[in-house]
Design a binder for this molecule. Structure first.
Ligand code: KIV
Ligand code: ZN
Length: 387
């Protein structure tokens, strides 16, 4: 079976930048956009141009700073938003306007004070208006995760007929279960007339920690674009993490999906975004966390030293990390101590290792981590005459 191309739509600079206190200036956004281009993302959502003059300028600057990716600007289903987005995208080689409106009962009744029929009219009008500026128009059905499938299908059929090229199905509140979200995508694929003409896109939030699982369920059921952010940053609990989705698709050839992402740049991209936003990455974060390739228990260390794959499903080099880390703690065993001792220049015999290990345990019980200098100190003290 031929592999399916999954398009990676990065929204670090739009949805991701909505993290409180992590605003970026225009130069920082350009730096990130250029890194995203190197990384190989297919679409960069550069901002929400009508939201502020600064965001307008950033979107416009990014259009001139990158060449390959599609550059996308967000708008509500409001004429002025669409006009401003189109103006900001003027210099893009491949512009896309992303427009849409809430479709769940919750949004229609309590946010938009409207009706289902009126929402369809607004959605169609927005797509038609956006089409008068650019061929590529993505429509988002905000809160699609909580929108009843039959109504959602009607909305999508109408915007497709109006010319939408991409249909975004956001789980805006991160509510869906993976099976439910996957079934929604399948339902839309099977029930929206003309759906084969458009790309179906996932856009999952992480309120229940399910954003990545939901995005993958979407892909398994026919979505061909995944919207995500570096490090999974974003409002509240964040968005789908780009590095997780990309590595899941890569590590599971059984899914028959490929992306254009240069995975060896994932780690440096993660660090760049973290530093520029002043937002640390949690150490146990999948793929890019400081501990993603660190082993501290004796059983695991023994296995990894014998053969890395015993406890690692990803080669760290594939995501731009030099090597796996063997961290010495009170849970470490002789194999790890011998290994670390060798890397710092001490080849220990079995008898020497026994002696060092006893001393090591005393030191390790009093510390969170035993560093190379501590280990060297232990060895020198025990074998002062030898070394
Ligand atoms: O989460 C969401 O629904 C969004 C849309 C604006 C695409 O970010
Ligand atoms: Zn979102």
């Amino acid at each position: 079976m031929a592999d399916t191309q999954i398009f990676i739509f990065d929204t670090t600079l739009r949805d991701g930048e909505q993290v409180p206190g992590c605003k970026l200036n225009s130069d920082q956004k350009i730096e990130i956009a250029q890194q995203l281009e190197k990384l190989g993302v297919d679409v960069i959502e550069a901002g929400f141009p009508v939201s502020s003059p600064g965001d307008f300028k950033s979107v416009s600057d990014i259009c001139q700073a990158v060449t390959e990716p599609i550059v996308c600007g967000l708008s509500r289903a409001v004429e002025r938003d669409i006009e401003v987005a189109a103006a900001a995208l003027k210099h893009a080689r491949r512009p896309r306007i992303h427009t849409g409106i809430g479709t769940s009962d919750m949004h229609i009744r309590h946010k938009l004070h409207s009706t289902q029929e009126a929402i369809i009219e607004r959605a169609v009008a927005a797509v038609k208006y956006a089409k008068s500026f650019t061929e590529d128009v993505e429509f988002y059905a905000e809160d699609a995760g909580r929108t009843e499938n039959e109504y959602l299908a009607r909305v999508l059929e109408a915007v497709l007929a109006a010319g939408a090229t991409v249909l975004n199905i956001p789980d805006t509140t991160g509510y869906c279960l993976p099976e439910e979200y996957g079934a929604k995508i399948r339902y839309l694929r099977e029930n929206v007339r003309g759906i084969h003409k458009a790309i179906l896109s996932t856009h999952c939030h992480n309120d229940l920690g399910l954003a990545t699982a939901n995005s993958i369920a979407g892909v398994q059921n026919g979505a061909r674009q995944v919207e995500c952010t570096i490090n999974g940053i974003g409002e509240r609990a964040g968005n789908t993490s780009l590095e997780e989705v990309v590595m899941i698709l890569r590590q599971h050839p059984d899914l028959n999906c490929i992306t254009n992402i240069q995975t060896r740049l994932l780690n440096e991209t993660s660090q760049m975004v973290s530093e520029l936003m002043g937002m640390p990455v949690q150490p146990n974060k999948a793929i890019v966390g400081a501990n993603a390739f660190a082993h501290s228990s004796g059983i695991h260390q023994d296995g990894v030293i014998k053969m890395r794959e015993t406890y690692e499903i990803i080669n760290p080099l594939d995501v731009g990390v030099d090597h796996s880390k063997i961290v010495l703690t009170a849970r470490s065993g002789r194999a790890a101590i011998a290994y670390r001792a060798k890397t710092i220049g001490f080849e220990l015999s079995k008898a020497e290792l026994d002696v060092v290990y006893e001393r090591f345990l005393v030191v390790a019980d009093g510390k969170k981590e035993v560093g190379d200098e501590d280990l060297a100190g232990i060895i020198m003290n025990e074998f002062a005459a030898v070394v």
